[in-house]
Design a binder for this molecule. Structure first.
Ligand code: NA7
Length: 531
């Protein structure tokens, strides 16, 4: 089949893909978006499980590139629900007339670089072939579902779901015996709601989770008015925070051990009442010093003991790892759900799962009879969606092969040997350790400016240099190693997927990262070769 020659292909129509399409079109490039789902929204298209909502404030988890858009859109709650976020994504797509350039229900299967024509040959599962100068992967950090290889998984006769592939028509668990496997963010959001419907809910927990209350509430019109009266400054203040969000929560400049016990306790209590992820920024050294971290961990552990009535259950729910090492969860009534008579905690450290069969799950101690099985088992994070596509760069080199010992990128935006190929919030950028929306916008704008730069120079390709990439990979590791993030088996390290190389993938520190990206541009795209 003849390839259709166009300027650019953008893979994915979540928040990253939508804005990228808008910007490339703005440069006058003929651009095609390709999306596996039937609609826009990415994460918020697929993750429709009960209770799914963002854990970043809606006033912050939103686009800022259009002041008219951020002024006119009205969020209803502190944390937006999945349906509201999906409506927002669709509104943005309509407002900027993006849908007409997106092929839905279409999955990209391969992207091969043609050295001679200097184009990306991109094929889809519908048989389309594009020959594009630019290829941008807006495939998401948490989009490739991780289903555990438990023996007999396919033999279950009831209904099985993954939280990240939830049926669009919803699921009614009323009167049913349900198991949730996993206790990460998706589980923590869905468990309290499933428990209200199910006759019996079994929570299969491998690692206990730290969670802080969301204290979600309708947005105060006064707060909205104040933010909107000077949205730009609000965005700027957030961008100065280590993780790119949360400027409204008061910050303590000092370390946790610099204050006395009573004061520290008071401050944690205040933060607990405020709720949300900024709990981890209560003191400046929580992710740097194990002793400091332990004061926060201990505070949450004590909260668990006061919230959970049965001391033995509370004990099983109590985490021991560094708090924040696995992504902190934000919940509404998670721990107290275990006080319900119809909820049982199955601790997989005491009784590992041996197999799944037609009737349910067999552990080392018992058989649990089930009607429904919910896999809240997460994702092949950061690299999964990219590696699922057969991407080949110069000389036909597969990306998967290049990354066999872990992802190698320059700035999390590009990877050497793959010219004109960009990743939005790729490994080696702040991505999942930041507010995704501003990170996405920063990447999209950087990529659009880069494309414009190459074209303005009358050049056709840009590629990272090996030296720049090696230095960046080393730097990402060094910065990560300076923190407590790599200290446990998390998906940041790829540890949740058997056989995946253990490499700490996100870059810690949003402000420093943004400065670095600006510096690279100011120095004439330092670390890149333009040809
Ligand atoms: P997560 O955070 O990766 O959580 C997955 C959970 O599933 C976690 O508790 C895992 O335990 C558990 N899991 C994974 N595999 C198994 C097996 N084989 N057996 C038992 N339990 C298992 O995914 P989420 O979807 O909750 O959240 C992803 C991100 O989305 C979240 O951080 C937010 O950024 C939004 P483990 O801890 O590995 O022992």
């Amino acid at each position: 089949m003849d390839a259709r020659r166009i300027d650019a292909v953008v893979v994915g129509a979540g928040f990253a893909g939508l804005y990228m399409l808008h910007r490339l079109r703005g440069l006058g490039l003929e651009t095609r978006g390709i999306e596996a789902g039937s609609g826009v929204g990415g994460t918020w298209y697929w993750n429709r499980y009960p209770g799914a909502r963002c854990d970043i404030d809606s006033l912050e988890y939103s686009y800022q590139f259009s002041d008219a858009l951020q002024q006119e859109w009205e969020w209803t709650e502190r944390y937006a629900t999945q349906p509201e976020l999906l409506r927002y994504a669709s509104h943005v797509a309509d407002r900027f007339d993006l849908k007409r350039d997106i092929a839905f229900d279409t999955r990209v299967v391969s992207a091969h670089y043609d050295d001679v024509g200097q184009r990306w040959q991109i094929t889809t599962d519908r048989g389309d072939v594009f020959a594009a100068r630019w290829c941008v992967m807006a495939t998401g950090c948490l989009s490739s579902a991780n289903l555990p290889a438990i023996p007999g998984r396919e033999s279950f006769a009831g209904a099985a779901y993954h939280t990240g592939r939830w049926p669009h028509e919803g699921v009614d668990f009323t009167g049913r015996r349900v198991a949730v496997i996993g206790t990460g963010s998706s589980a923590i959001q869905s468990i309290p709601l499933i428990a209200e419907q199910a006759s019996q809910l079994y929570v299969f927990q491998r690692t206990p989770t730290y969670s802080v209350p969301a204290h979600n509430q309708p947005l105060d019109p006064e707060v909205v008015r104040a933010v909107k009266s000077d949205y730009r400054s609000f965005r700027e203040r957030n961008a100065e925070q280590a993780f790119g969000f949360g400027s409204r929560q008061v910050r303590q400049a000092q370390g946790a051990l610099a204050v006395d016990d009573a004061r520290r306790e008071r401050v944690y209590e205040e933060r607990w009442l405020e709720g949300g992820l900024p709990f981890l920024s209560t003191f400046s050294d929580l992710m740097l010093d194990p002793a400091a971290n332990d004061t926060a961990a201990d505070f949450i552990r004590r909260k668990i003991r006061t919230l959970v009535a049965d001391p033995a259950v509370a004990q099983r729910l109590t985490p021991t790892q560094v708090v924040g090492c696995k992504r902190l969860c934000v919940d509404t009534n998670y721990y107290t759900t275990f006080n319900r008579a119809n909820v049982s905690l199955v601790d997989l450290r005491e009784e590992p799962i041996e197999a799944i069969d037609a009737m349910g799950v067999r552990t080392a101690r018992r058989h649990v009879d089930l009607d429904d099985l919910v896999f809240a088992t997460g994702f092949d994070a950061m690299t999964g969606a990219l590696e699922r596509i057969d991407v080949r760069g110069r000389d036909g080199r597969p990306l998967k092969q290049k990354w066999s010992a872990g992802p190698r990128t320059y700035l999390g935006l590009a990877t050497q040997g793959f010219p004109n190929f960009f990743m939005i919030t790729g490994p080696g950028s702040p991505s999942v350790l930041s507010n995704m929306l501003p990170s996405i916008e920063q990447h999209v704008e950087w990529i659009a400016d880069c494309v414009a730069h190459v074209r303005a120079r009358g050049a056709t390709t840009i590629d990272a240099t090996r030296d720049a990439e090696d230095a960046w990979v080393e730097h990402v590791n060094a910065v990560g190693a300076h923190t407590l993030f790599p200290s446990c088996s998390s998906w940041y390290l790829g540890a949740n997927v058997p056989g995946k190389p253990r490499v700490f993938m996100p870059y810690v520190g949003f402000p420093a990262y943004v400065s670095k990206c600006r510096e690279v541009v100011a120095r004439g795209y330092e670390g890149f070769t333009v040809a």
